[in-house]
Design a binder for this molecule. Structure first.
Ligand SMILES: *Cc1c(COP(=O)(O)O)cnc(C)c1O
Length: 305
């Protein structure tokens, strides 16, 4: 909530609560389903969507220290952290998966991180995989010259982040029966579900393959709240092959959704959640009269824009 943010964050004027709008769409209306869009993509132009909700409490906890975090070469979380560093005057270090990227020109996403002042530190994939092991983490911090850094985990999901996402659920209290969100780490779903009211359900749409997300979401709720909170389910059928994978069908769907609703559809996550909602509606998974809300957790990244 805005009122509990430290002054530096409040000065960035996040648009909270984020807008909730109705999307008139005959594909849903035909089945008696009302579709709402929870526009978290409008929370802040640089600290977009759920990244604001997850980072804000961590930036407050960092207390001015260097913030170090982890991500892949196209990580939305790395870009958001770098932007936060620029906006708040914090030093940031991004530990990037893939030693082989070190000698090459930066892709647009990493170039944006660097332009925002983030120091990039590349590590090989096996080190990256072991980054939560204390010895490996200590070695990475040493090599990155960031021994005193405040460490935020990959994807930004820790207990503080999950508690930050509870407000997203609370903003939707009484407004929808089912709230769908695309999941990477599950942190947003874990917090969202905790903020919903009895009778509401969170619906997670994993964009990664592997089926680990249920256990991970439970673990994050345990860490953040001491036990399970709220009602949530996962539907594992809409990852389209895994992270950053897509198909012609998904691309066509996303482009069409943009046309119909004037909504820029972020492709790594948001497109898959929207697609899942339409597929479930067509399967009559929702009773007539159901209101579903899709959380628009982010906006497309325009390399140069
Ligand atoms: C990071 C991100 C997610 C995933 O959030 P988790 O809390 O890791 O599950 C979803 N949508 C967008 C647009 C994101 O950038």
């Amino acid at each position: 909530m805005t009122s509990t943010e430290p002054p530096a964050l409040a000065a960035l004027r996040p648009r909270l609560p984020s807008p909730l709008t109705e999307a008139r769409d005959e594909r849903f209306e035909r089945r008696g389903v009302r579709l709402l869009l929870k526009r978290d993509d409008l929370v802040h132009p640089a600290l977009v969507g759920n990244k604001w909700r997850k980072l804000a409490p961590n930036l407050a906890a960092a207390g001015g220290r260097t913030v170090l975090t982890f991500g892949g070469a196209y990580s939305n979380h790395l870009r958001a952290t770098a932007a936060a560093g620029r906006l708040l005057g914090l030093a940031t270090v991004g530990v990037v998966r893939g030693q082989e990227l070190a000698g090459r020109p930066l892709n647009a996403s990493l170039a944006r991180c660097a332009a925002d002042g983030m120091r990039l530190h590349f590590v090989d994939r096996s080190t990256y995989r072991r980054k939560t092991e204390p010895d490996t983490l200590a070695a990475v911090l040493r090599q990155a010259h960031a021994r005193d850094a405040f460490v935020v985990p990959e994807g930004g999901s820790n207990a503080a982040a999950v508690r930050g996402c509870r407000a997203l659920g609370a903003e939707l209290a009484g407004r929808a029966d089912v709230v769908a969100v695309a999941c990477g780490t599950g942190g947003t779903l874990a917090g969202l579900a905790a903020g919903l009211s009895p009778g509401q359900r969170g619906l997670g749409v994993p964009v990664l393959k592997g089926g680990f997300l249920g256990a991970e979401t439970r673990r994050l709720q345990q860490e953040a709240f001491g036990g399970p909170r709220g009602t949530w389910t996962l539907d594992d059928r809409f990852h389209f092959g895994g992270y950053a994978r897509t198909t012609a069908e998904l691309d066509t769907f996303a482009a069409d959704f943009e046309q119909r609703h004037g909504l820029p559809v972020e492709r790594l996550y948001v497109a898959k959640a929207l697609y899942a909602l339409l597929a479930l509606t067509r399967e009559d998974a929702f009773a007539r009269g159901t209101t579903v809300a899709a959380v628009v957790t982010g906006a497309p990244f325009q390399g140069s824009g």
